[in-house]
Design a protein around this ligand. Structure first.
Ligand SMILES: Cc1cc2nc3c(=O)[nH]c(=O)nc-3n(C[C@H](O)[C@H](O)[C@H](O)COP(=O)(O)OP(=O)(O)OC[C@H]3O[C@@H](n4cnc5c(N)ncnc54)[C@H](O)[C@@H]3O)c2cc1C
Length: 428
């Protein structure tokens, strides 16, 4: 069933690359006076670059309907790659056109800002890239001691200033302003994207209450949040993650992503989170008193959708460390116990093995086999315990990217299709 996901992903790419710029290109190209023919190509490059930047901003609003289809990591990857391509086209536009005065100044400022923010963001915010290049990942970890995530997000938002500069740059060009159909698209799309962005940032969020906050393991807190009976805009499935913030607490008001540790549909409007103290936000959590107002956005994630699409005859879960959290939520969900499920869960210490009592209770289920271990599973440990028929197996992985890559390689070498394996990383 990889097909459905791949089809949606392919469609998303095609839409962003071709469909979004098309009306801009068509209108500007038809209305451009012949006197500018020598710059036509470069003007079209600039037009595509602007359309792609709008698409990238829209994707940064994390539209939930798209997350359920292609997943947030893929959305962020499209966002990142399309932005880079837009900057490359902006360069061709800049070198292929002539302008002066404020038109030139706004264009130059925008380009320089885009370029600087892109280089910065490639280090700090493009995990799809850093997780594949170890030296870059090391540089990121080292630099993050000084440049914290929240600060990096604010630097990244300078892209919005650059986009506004491009907007002004276009409005200053009289022969472009004279192309009415183009201006209609340009203004309409810009207002729509600006509206979506403001709605995502300032629109209503589900308000809940932190009702319990207890240590679960060393450096790991369990937070229980009570949600209203009909939480506004929340749509939670087992395995999902949400964005959590504390609007009334300094240092905790920026939303951060955390997976659900329970079945949200069974636990009477309560969600449970298990959070490791990794940085500025998460290390403050242990000191948050209850009750406390929280805001929750979500749900996001594709673990649940993946299982729905696959309808497997056997589920295999491989979890390492806190990566087990979303899989706990799936194990707690009613449909899961009916399907034979094998779980491999390892942690680095006995103390960091989460919910041992819960696992002991679950292990009584006839269709569930759990292997828990301190330290790593060898390839043989896992391969020798897989079901004989791998054809209808769905594999869910939760844990560090290096661990996920290892198991994806090992399992695909055994003949499990890449489309039968789903992994959701804890970082983008
Ligand atoms: C889909 C998803 C599910 C997650 N589920 C859990 C969970 O169940 N339990 C758990 O302990 N952790 C989970 N995390 C990780 C958690 O979001 C980060 O540890 C937390 O946001 C770090 O924030 P910080 O300010 O404490 O640390 P920082 O020092 O700011 O950052 C530590 C690391 O986390 C990354 N990070 C920081 N903020 C964000 C953010 N808003 N979005 C993405 N990455 C960020 C940084 O790039 C850095 O590498 C999940 C992450 C994702 C993406």
């Amino acid at each position: 069933m990889l097909k459905r996901h791949n089809f949606a992903l392919g469609l998303a790419w095609l839409t962003v690359l071709f469909l979004v710029p098309l009306p801009f290109l068509q209108t500007v190209s038809t209305g451009l006076p012949a006197i500018y023919n020598d710059q036509r190509q470069a003007i079209l490059y600039g037009t595509i670059a602007y359309a792609w930047m709008l698409a990238a901003i829209y994707l940064s609003t994390r539209p939930r309907w798209l997350d359920r289809l292609i997943g947030l990591p893929e959305m962020y990857m499209i966002h990142g790659l399309v932005s880079i391509a837009a900057i490359a086209l902006a360069y061709l536009h800049k070198t292929g056109t002539t302008s002066e005065g404020w038109t030139k100044t706004t264009g130059d400022w925008a380009f320089n800002l885009f370029l600087a923010v892109m280089l910065y963001s490639l280090i700090f915010l493009a995990s799809w890239l850093t997780s594949r290049i170890p030296p870059l990942a090391q540089l990121k970890t080292w630099l993050e001691k000084v440049f914290h995530h929240e600060f990096n997000v604010w630097v990244h938002r300078l892209n919005l200033v650059a986009t506004v500069l491009v907007f002004i740059h276009v409005l200053l060009i009289s022969y472009i302003r004279a192309i009415i159909p183009f201006m209609a698209w340009f203004l309409g799309a810009s207002v729509l994207v600006a509206g979506s962005y403001l709605w995502a940032k300032l629109g209503p969020r589900a308000a809940g209450e932190l009702v319990a906050n207890v240590p679960l393991a060393p450096n790991l807190q369990e937070l229980t949040i009570r949600l209203p009976r009909r939480p506004r805009g929340l749509d939670l499935y087992p395995g999902d993650f949400i964005f959590l913030s504390f609007p009334e607490l300094v240092g905790l008001s920026e939303p951060h992503p955390f997976s659900l540790a329970n079945d949200p549909q069974a636990d009477g409007h309560r969600i449970r989170l298990a959070i490791r103290g990794d940085g500025d936000f998460t290390r403050l959590l242990a000191a948050v008193p209850v009750p406390q107002a929280v805001q929750v956005q979500g749900g996001y994630g594709r673990y649940h959708a993946f299982l729905q699409e696959q309808r497997p005859a056997h589920v295999v879960m491989i979890a390492g460390g806190t990566g087990v959290v979303p899989l706990l939520s799936l194990l707690a969900a009613p449909p899961a116990p009916a399907v034979p499920t094998t779980v491999f869960y390892n942690a680095s210490t006995v103390a960091s093995m989460l919910y041992p009592d819960q696992f002991t209770a679950w292990e009584k289920r006839p269709a569930l086999t759990v292997y828990r271990r301190v330290g790593r599973f060898s390839d043989d440990d896992v391969l020798s315990r897989l079901p004989a028929d791998l054809h209808d197996v769905a594999v869910l992985i939760g844990g560090p990217a290096v661990m996920a890559r290892h198991w994806i390689k090992v399992l695909t070498q055994q003949g499990i299709g890449r489309g039968q394996i789903y992994y959701e990383a804890f970082t983008w």
